[in-house]
Design a protein around this ligand. Structure first.
Ligand SMILES: [Zn+2]
Length: 286
């Protein structure tokens, strides 16, 4: 869990990071509050939270998470009570999209899809100049019917997250090099010309493009932004296969006009977006 002070223009001040507790809501809240506590001397007008869970957009209550044992958590209510500040909460994929839209690669667009390829796959959608605040679980759209099982609490098969996440890259690396393989090595060996490593990363890019094609056909974005730790690291290798698949799957005229670009904020997008959610709460926009 990463916390930091963020200004309105997206500039990051001091940051603090701790491991994410996975043993339940008590320790999750304890860590969350200690992070805010640690940053309080730096000032702050509001608190914004991005978390890998779905939130009820009216109440701000967390409704469950794919990769964490958390359910029915009133994150905003609890932080508001404890710190007496406006609090905004949002799905982590949505905050990534918000950050890239407001201060990153998607600045100036009114329709945008953001994908974040990390441990899982997140993302968000800006439609007609507004962040879609619903369950934009873009990592859990099917890109391979009846494909491999998904991750965490997700019982789906062939979801984007199952085949195009950093975890999927880890599995591909383990298949090639056993315990010595990880996603980082997969990318660096692929860049150095290792054929099977390259094929594995390009296959991931292909799946990303398939997903982009479906998203383009529904939301008609001007721009698709690909970020996340793995997405940014592997961008040079996944760009072409992603474009090819996205063009094949997109209906006209998007098959020619679609633009796919790497995220501008890199790993900072989540923190910056959470900060912007805090400002939205301060401004009464949520
Ligand atoms: Zn899934």
């Amino acid at each position: 869990m990463l916390a930091g002070t963020v200004s309105r223009d997206g500039a990051i001040g001091r940051t603090v990071e701790v491991g994410t507790p996975t043993d339940g809501p008590q320790s999750f809240f304890a860590e969350l509050e200690s992070l805010v506590e640690a940053l309080r001397p730096d000032g702050g007008a509001a608190i914004g939270v991005g978390a890998p869970m779905n939130f009820d957009r009216r109440t701000g209550v967390g409704l469950g998470a794919v990769n964490l044992p958390l359910e029915s958590l009133d994150v905003a209510g609890r932080l508001r009570e404890r710190f007496g500040l406006p609090v905004g909460v949002e799905n982590d994929g949505n905050v990534t999209a918000l950050a890239e839209w407001r201060v990153g690669a998607g600045r100036g667009t009114t329709d945008l899809v953001a994908l974040a390829l990390g441990t899982g796959v997140g993302g968000g959608i800006v439609s007609d100049g507004r962040l879609f605040r619903g369950w934009a679980e873009v990592g859990h759209i099917v890109v391979e019917a009846d494909g491999p099982p998904c991750q965490g609490n997700c019982h789906g098969r062939g979801h984007l997250e199952a085949v195009a996440s950093g975890e999927a890259a880890e599995r591909a690396a383990h298949a090639l090099w056993g315990g010595d393989g990880d996603a980082r090595r997969l990318v660096s060996e692929a860049e150095a010309g290792h054929e099977r490593a390259r094929a594995a990363v390009e296959q991931i890019g292909h799946y990303v493009g398939i997903a982009i094609g479906s998203l383009v056909n529904i939301f008609a974005p001007e721009l698709v932004v690909v970020g996340g730790g793995f997405g940014v690291a592997a961008w040079g290798l996944i760009r072409e296969p992603a474009y090819a698949a996205a063009r094949r799957e997109s209906v006209r005229p998007a098959d020619e006009t679609i633009r796919i670009v790497p995220a501008a904020l890199g790993d900072d997008a989540g923190l910056v977006g959470a900060g912007l959610v805090g400002f939205e709460a301060l401004d009464g926009e949520r």
